[in-house]
Design a protein around this ligand. Structure first.
Ligand code: F0G
Length: 482
């Protein structure tokens, strides 16, 4: 973000864009919100968008496009094979990452699917800084296993460690010594590590992982879906990189990896996905799966209009004003919440602000879904839709017991370029009120619990009448205010 100092000494981040197309929002009354939450089975995934005021569920596929991206969509070249759009996107990726080969796929998990198909053999291990749900699923589906070896600060919710997404190098050395080249399919590093709170790794750590992998002939694969946040944090927090441009950092990250892949729903302000590599053999190994599962090699399941927008969005990602907007808003929101003693994950990461539900609601056990209860209570209180990232998002063990999540978080994602500062201020205000009234909040229990990916579409109910009591207190404090 531009270096703008305030005469008052305040440090409020400023949007370096203006809004030229808007979507009207609706804030239902608190009675309507309670009804909507009940209809949704206390699962924020099941809320209708029409009932949501500020949608902080995810940053996936909902980042705001620029006027240049919209203009580019008009020149999309529709053809099954050889579309000019493909070559424009390929050129953008070559520019950003300096890698020769590009394979398109319809979204991030599709990249994970074809990469795992090509590289994972039954019984092989994939060491990683931390898993993402879909990346883990595709590896285990093929009989592989994952091994998470982040630095020990990764699960420390209140930390000053600037790079909680780093991999533990000693642990990687040990696993390579134990399993050898053949026991390891590849090593995976995830930029802006999603499930630990959008936390970055450092360029130095990535390069150390890379050297170890190269010395042992093990491929290093980087998930760069959340690249833009990680680029910003490297520039801000890693002294050795402070004079590098965002583009130089992106090139150095790519140069350390054998294959990179991304969700275009996160990176590039559009939708889609892709795999890049500088290694012809990897390209050939993966290529055959694209026409089989995704689409022909020049679109891979993406719409050409989205591909045009993605190409422009990738160039925009090299602009420091652009990549800094999300992390600076998240930092502001996190610091404001800290001022009100609301427990949040620190240091602030990318993607969104993460509220620590176990500390927020210490009286609710994880078996009553602490983070799920908080997400439900927050929607009723504010119309803000967050995402549960805790025990509800886990899957039961074979014997029916409940594996308790490492952390109980409510993620308040800030899709890039979407929210204004006053909307952040409102969310902080309502969270502050909810924290003051936290002992009114109770737990949840399942009404309908699907076996697979239950968090997406399972329904729950409140234990007791705590939601009615919360609504009554809200009305007592706010009168007829929304
Ligand atoms: N990798 C990371 C780090 C992700 O965060 C995601 C998606 C994917 C891969 C899969 O990409 O959705 O395009 O298939 N994260 C979304 C989220 C779903 O809400 O955090 P996809």
């Amino acid at each position: 973000m531009a270096n703008i100092k305030f005469f008052s000494g305040k440090t409020t981040p400023i949007e370096m864009h203006r809004v030229r197309i808007i979507q009207k929002l609706n804030l239902p009354t608190i009675d309507e919100r309670l009804e909507a939450m009940k209809r949704a089975g206390n699962n924020t995934f099941l809320l209708k968008n029409a009932d949501v005021f500020l949608d902080m569920l995810t940053d996936s596929g909902v980042n705001a496009m620029s006027n240049d991206q919209q203009a580019a969509m008009m020149q999309a070249d529709d053809s099954y094979a050889g579309s000019a759009t493909f070559y424009r996107l390929e050129k953008a990726l070559r520019h950003v990452f300096g890698m020769e080969y590009f394979l398109p796929a319809h979204q991030g998990r599709a990249c994970e699917h074809v990469i795992a198909k090509a590289l994972v053999k039954k019984g092989q291990m994939v060491p990683m800084n931390y898993h993402f749900t879909t990346s883990k699923a595709h590896i285990t589906e093929l009989g592989g296993e994952i091994l998470e070896i982040p630095v020990k600060d990764a699960f420390n919710t209140t930390s000053t460690c600037p790079f909680k997404g780093n991999m533990d190098i000693a642990a990687l050395k040990q696993v390579i010594a134990e399993l050898g080249r053949d026991g390891i399919a590849y090593v995976r590093m995830e930029a802006g590590t999603n499930l630990i709170g959008g936390q970055p790794f450092s360029l130095q750590n990535l390069q150390e992982v890379s050297s170890l992998c190269r010395a042992n002939g093990i491929p290093l694969i980087q998930d760069v879906s959340l690249l833009s946040d990680n680029l910003y944090f490297i520039k801000q927090r890693e002294a050795a990189c402070k004079d590098m441009s965002i583009h130089e950092i992106a090139l150095a990250m790519a140069a350390a990896s054998d294959i990179i892949y991304f969700s275009g729903r996160k990176l590039g302000f559009a939708r889609g996905g892709g795999i890049c590599t500088g290694n012809k053999q990897f390209y050939l190994d993966i290529r055959g799966y694209i026409p089989l599962y995704e689409g022909f090699l020049t679109y891979g399941g993406m719409s050409v209009r989205e591909m045009e927008a993605l190409a422009v969005g990738l160039y925009e990602t090299l602009d420091e004003d652009v990549v800094s907007q999300g992390p600076q808003f998240i930092e502001y929101m996190t610091n404001e919440l800290i001022k009100h003693n609301v427990p949040v994950v620190t240091p602030p990461g990318g993607l969104g602000c993460h509220v620590n539900a176990r500390e927020f609601l210490p009286h609710i056990s994880q078996t009553q879904y602490t983070a799920g209860a908080l997400a439900s209570a927050l929607y009723i209180t504010s119309g803000v839709r967050g995402m549960e990232r805790g025990t509800m998002s886990e899957q039961r063990n074979e014997d029916g017991t409940e594996p308790l999540a490492h952390m109980e978080l409510v993620r308040l994602a800030l899709p890039r370029r979407v929210f204004t500062m006053s909307q952040i201020v409102y969310t902080v205000d309502r969270l502050n009120w909810l924290y003051q009234n936290r002992y009114l909040v109770g737990g949840l229990k399942w009404l309908d619990e699907p076996k697979i990916l239950r968090f997406f579409y399972g329904t729950l109910e409140a234990t007791g009448d705590w939601q009615q009591k919360l609504v009554a207190k809200f009305k007592a404090d706010f009168g007829d205010s929304l």
